[in-house]
Design a protein around this ligand. Sequence first.
Ligand code: GLC
Length: 731
Amino acid sequence: MKKLKTALLCLLAVAGLQAQTKPVYLDNTQPIELRVKDALSRMTLEEKVKLCTAQSKFSSHGVPRLGIPEIWMSDGPHGVRMEIMWDSWDHAGWANDSCTAFPALTCLAASWDPSMSHLFGNAIGEEARYRRKDVLLGPGVNIYRSPLNGRNFEYLGEDPYLASRMVIPYIQGVQENGVSACVKHFALNNQERWRDRIDVQISDRALYEIYLPAFKAAVTEAKVWSIMGSYNKIRGQYACENELTLNKILKGEWKFDGCVITDWGGAHNTKEAALNGLDIEMGTWTNGFTFSQSNAYDSYFLAVPYLKMLRSGEIPVSNVDEKATRILRLIFRTAMNVNKPYGSLASEEHHNVGRTVAEQGIVLLKNTTGLLPIDASKYKTIAVIGENATRKLTEGGGSSELKPKREVSALQALTEKFGADKVQFSLGYGSGAVSYDKVNKSPYDADKLRKEAVELASKSDIVIFVGGLNKNTQQDSEGDDRRSYGLPFGQNELIAELQKVNKNIVLVMLSGNAYEMPWLPKATTLVQGWYGGSEAGHAIANVLSGTVNPSGKLPFTFAAKLNDYGAHSFGAIAFPGDSIREEYKEDILVGYRWFDTKKIKPLFPFGYGLSYTTFEYGKIASDKKEYTADETIKLSFTLKNSGKVDGKEAVQVYASQPKASVVRPAKELKAFKKVFLKAGETQTVELEVKVKDLAFFNEATHNWTVEPGEFVLCNASSSADVKSQVKIQVK
Ligand code: GLC
């Protein structure tokens, strides 16, 4: 009994001790905001300032004295990048950081299926969590304005509504793992050429109607915990230190409660960064005079120079308190989030997610003779031709580079699928090695490669050509843009030669951008395969063989020629700018908004994609004829799978306002849904459009305006294939 009493007394003593000394910020039963306040109250000025800067290439300071951990960040949007050295861009050479390479986000957008976004976000979030990363530096949602932009493959296409709907579940999926997504690059980083300084001039309407919506959805709907400022300038001020975009719009209008993180090297001025909304400065390479040196981190703009201004009173301490509050909130949501799961890395489940997203994103663009799907029993010899059938496409491309556990090539998967006895490979064309700052020449003898490929094609029953772009500089890669709209490395000539010697050619293009197609008239097939990641080959083989019925649709327009694009219709000042300034002269008419309104026929329109089956659309109907501005329009129409195989169709609804007081695009995407139908099945599809989403941004009132009057809503299988329409009145 005595022992029990003693034990009890000790227990009470310890508990009592605990109760009075456990600080609130360490008590995970307390709400985050209380813990943030308590932690802040215990920190010195120096410690608060330290939170605002990097301590290494991919981490920012914590508060060691208080046991508040550092923030560890990692690229990228398609997979968790290999570990990078402490203070250089070199790979750390770890042996345990191979990941799942998920498809590039353009492929995700092409699935037109938000459930794929959640699947993707959750899986990549699990990998980031397992790799002990608190911030995943993605997704990127910059709008596809020009097909030359080196980083379009990392983004979600040309339409703000599609990008908005597709980015929300991705962010939610990542953050369910106690990992912060970091939506980027905020804002107007729509090219790589001169990205570190180009000063974008743009109207409020284009800014609010085209370039901000996906970021606004990330912040106000997905509740993203961090956002990355871009390198470029906006109306004269750097995006990482921008009164308009960071203070007024992001933290003001959108009430963002997370952290603004620079792109690496995006900070330029202590006072501007301090007063114009920057929270964490990363990647600054210089102390203002020289490149990275041992004390570089102390000389960051928000390090010692900032501390001095706070001490002198030039900047009020409340300024650093606000930053520290946001950074502590990020830490409590991630590194100090006690409920976060443990994650997992490069699992079969994740590879299945990667393959599924890739399968759902692949777009069948042409199939005029039914050559697809390939029935291998009909062929004795199958030629696979083209460097992209074997080239690793997860390395290079810039910060989204990956070290995947596996990368299944198209050749490997097609050989598995159709049999090594039938499949023969010829390189056909070759490119140089991946590099970040120079275009490496192809080491191959192009004529020899072409002759060998044509020779193989001439004696094969069917040819599968796998080409497109790649992750080399001035291709689909960060840091620079393409210099031409054509396919590189002599592919057009090769395709023309192949078309002379074989009529059974399946063309598969792997790219993150559109390209010219001089060979299209003679082509009977065309598949846009994107960059599918670890399981790219299996996804391609499953679609080409009919194991999977393709259902992807284009997230951006494929124009016949470069100058058909709005951004390329106003001279160099509109793209790529004069190296200092750039004017977005096409304004709100980006992508199909331009092609529709200017009546320019594209090769393949936004929202276009075929299937191995066919779909019939019924007439669209609305639940009412008249609506008030706060109501929701309920739309419905039947959809029939009139073919012989099960399939999915991404149905689209576009809205237009025939008599508006301002210029408005011919039509704008306002709803979509991916519908699965068994062969012969008919369903009634129901979609909603909020009347308020029919608004335009009114520059006079600096607000969204829905004008009373007639609106036309149509159902469509692409932006250029309207099936029916219904007129409604807004009171
Ligand atoms: C790069 C990229 C950005 C990336 C960061 C860290 O310059 O612009 O997307 O997350 O730096 O690698």
